[in-house]
Design a protein around this ligand. Structure first.
Ligand code: NAD
Length: 260
């Protein structure tokens, strides 16, 4: 379905971004990977993905908190593949603390990486998408783009902001072949969430399994983690012709979290 198209997935060296990049590659899209990690492992990751799905892959190490590096990454995608057809704004970090104890540099970093980076990639991708009259912008928000949780002020603010940016992007592209939508996952077992599991296990003297269950039971009625593969399938749906008129939604895939 996506052969001949190029997808750029920010923060795709791990977790959800990697799952979505693999799902889009399976549909034939060339992939520009981005994110941090060990250089050799990253090279193996994008080389292996290209070979597995018979697509072209590349990597750019832009730090998504730095607009000038984001500009360099978008220029690289243009030079390498002639632009970005599917933009997945996925890179994100978390920090858990009460507002009065929240380190101001963590606030700034979360707003920059989880929210402002999507503004920069979107503003740089839109002219090419509009010119081709086809494009898909998929923002990885969170169930925390729909509801709050204590101790997560910066994350919840950034994710609500990202849902807002998604709506405005959808309106400004409404009469074009470009769509913008947000995905709002509940808990997915990635390194970002495993850190919260580890903190809980240490704090409450639980083993790993018990800490995972405790975390889920508080918020996610299904008691099951969402998987990167399930999120990848939703991203593929947003790229399909059936989703041509799906515009500006914030689609939760959260085991029932936001239904409560
Ligand atoms: P993860 O920690 O597994 O992956 C995060 C990715 O972002 C990694 O590739 C990392 O290298 C990259 N990254 C971090 N800072 C970066 C920076 N400054 N510049 C470039 N890349 C950077 O996390 P994940 O759980 O896969 O999260 C992916 C997205 O999904 C995030 O936006 C997160 O908020 C969102 N999300 C996650 C969950 C969950 O339960 N895991 C739930 C809802 C939403």
């Amino acid at each position: 379905m996506l052969s001949g198209k190029t997808a750029l997935v920010t923060g795709s060296t791990s977790g959800i971004g990697l799952g979505i990049a693999r799902s889009l590659a399976e549909q034939g899209a060339n992939i520009v990977f981005n994110g941090f990690g060990d250089a050799q492992q990253i090279e193996k990751l994008y080389t292996d993905t290209g070979a597995e799905f018979g697509v072209q892959t590349a990597y750019h190490n832009a730090d998504m908190s730095r607009p000038e590096e984001i500009e360099a990454m978008m220029a690289y995608a243009l030079e390498k593949f002639g632009g970005v057809d599917v933009l997945v704004n996925n890179a994100g970090i978390q920090h858990v603390a009460a507002i009065e104890d929240f380190p101001t540099e963590k606030w700034d970093a979360i707003i920059a990486i989880n929210l402002s980076s999507a503004f920069h990639t979107t503003r740089l991708a839109l002219p090419g998408m509009k010119q081709k009259n086809w494009g898909r912008i998929i923002n990885l928000a969170s169930v925390h783009g729909l509801v709050g949780s204590s101790q997560k002020s910066a994350y919840v603010a950034a994710k609500h902001g990202l849902v807002g940016l998604t709506k405005v992007t959808a309106l400004e592209t409404a009469q074009t072949g470009v769509t913008a939508n947000a995905i709002c996952p509940g808990f997915v077992l990635t390194p970002l969430v495993q850190k919260q599991v580890d903190d809980r296990a240490a704090r409450e003297g639980l083993d790993n399994d018990a800490a995972r269950k405790a975390l889920l039971s508080e918020k996610q009625p299904s008691g099951e983690f969402v998987t990167p593969e399930e999120l990848g399938a939703l991203a593929v749906f947003f790229c399909s012709p059936a989703a041509d008129q799906v515009r500006g939604v914030a689609w939760n895939m959260d085991g029932g979290w936001a239904a409560q």
